[in-house]
Design a protein around this ligand. Sequence first.
Ligand code: ADP
Ligand code: ASP
Ligand code: MG
Length: 409
Amino acid sequence: MARIVMKFGGTSVADLDRIRNVAQRVKREVEHGNEVAVVVSAMSGVTNQLVKWCTELSPLHDAREYDAVVATGEQVTSGLLAICLQSMGIDARSWQGWQIPLRTDSAHGTARIQSIEGAELVRRMGTGQVAVVAGFQGVAPDNRIATLGRGGSDTSAVALAAALKADRCDIYTDVDGVYTTDPRIVPNARKLAKIAYEEMLELASVGAKVLQTRSVELAMNERVRVRVLSSFSDALANDTEGTLVVDEDEIVEKENVAGIAYSRDEAKITVTRVPDRPGIAAAIFGQLAEQNVNVDMIVQNVSADGTTDMTFTVGKADLPRARAALGEIKGQINYTELLEDPNVAKISVVGVGMRSHSGVANTMFSALADKAINIQVISTSEIKVSVLIAAEYTELAVRALHTAYGLDA
Ligand code: ADP
Ligand code: ASP
Ligand code: MG
């Protein structure tokens, strides 16, 4: 007997037939004698619609009301799955974040989990009752509903697995594991049997949305055994299915590059002809930080005439706020123009093998040059190289790099 957390994403609960399929899977685990908690996402497309409604009514809406709206998608699916399980003779009940309670900090819209009160769930799971938990949501210190950021049900699942001391956290999705890159873009991407926490963390943070970044961070810190697998295949979760996220030492053959990710969620901003003197970067990025705008890649051009151009990227959704924030300090830093380009993509190659091998960046630059793709900004970390390119070349670049690093199946 094992205690397991099973998480089902949006496409896995997209309609009643899929919910029935999920219930069958849960039933099988229960019949194997396992104690089961299930975490569900909203039906696919629902969260997007809810977000759109908030933004249409007011682009700078109250984040607490946004949370009240967007958390409803998961409330619906948790209730529906509980109904479905009950109709199949399985004891089950739904849990909203506030009922558990799953407590978060007060960062509405991107809240972090602070604690989970798991005792009552464990007690009931011991009696055979399935806990069907609404993912993505919790309750903030102001006693209002908070959501965990897009893709947050993964984090709900891993956090719950840690709190319940579960033996496994199975993340069911619409692909059968983690691949060397998004299999929707590169059909001959290879499925990885195992991936290191560090690599998965880096891939998630640069755009591979198969797992939310925070869920990987949490799994790494809390030593949760996370497996990514398909809710559409028929096999029962076993040790050979899907992709297991593991410690680096568990991976015998370390590739220089484990995977490639892309993100079209960034926008490029250039502040032209700012004075080249101490304090300018602090003024620009301090102002953006104050307005909660996250800055990712940064490049400062050489100065020719005592002025310089500062180029950086922000999340696309933050572009209006960044524009307003920089408008406020125009007088103070004396730039000439604020240029914006939302049509960019960030392409990243990730692998722990980079620590001990040189030439990884150069392979990337050459492969892109061969396809005549211009690199606008570069950034690196110990196990990652990222470049910013025109968005129209995203797929071409990912495919070319996949081949260049010998990752094609
Ligand atoms: P869910 O709704 O189940 O949470 P997501 O859409 O959030 O599913 O994540 C699954 C998707 O992640 C896949 O459909 C795939 O297109 C995308 N993806 C991006 N990079 C990868 C990768 N390296 N391996 C597998 N899937 C990836
Ligand atoms: N429904 C939420 C979203 O679409 C959370 C999730 O699916 O993980 O972002
Ligand atoms: Mg997801």
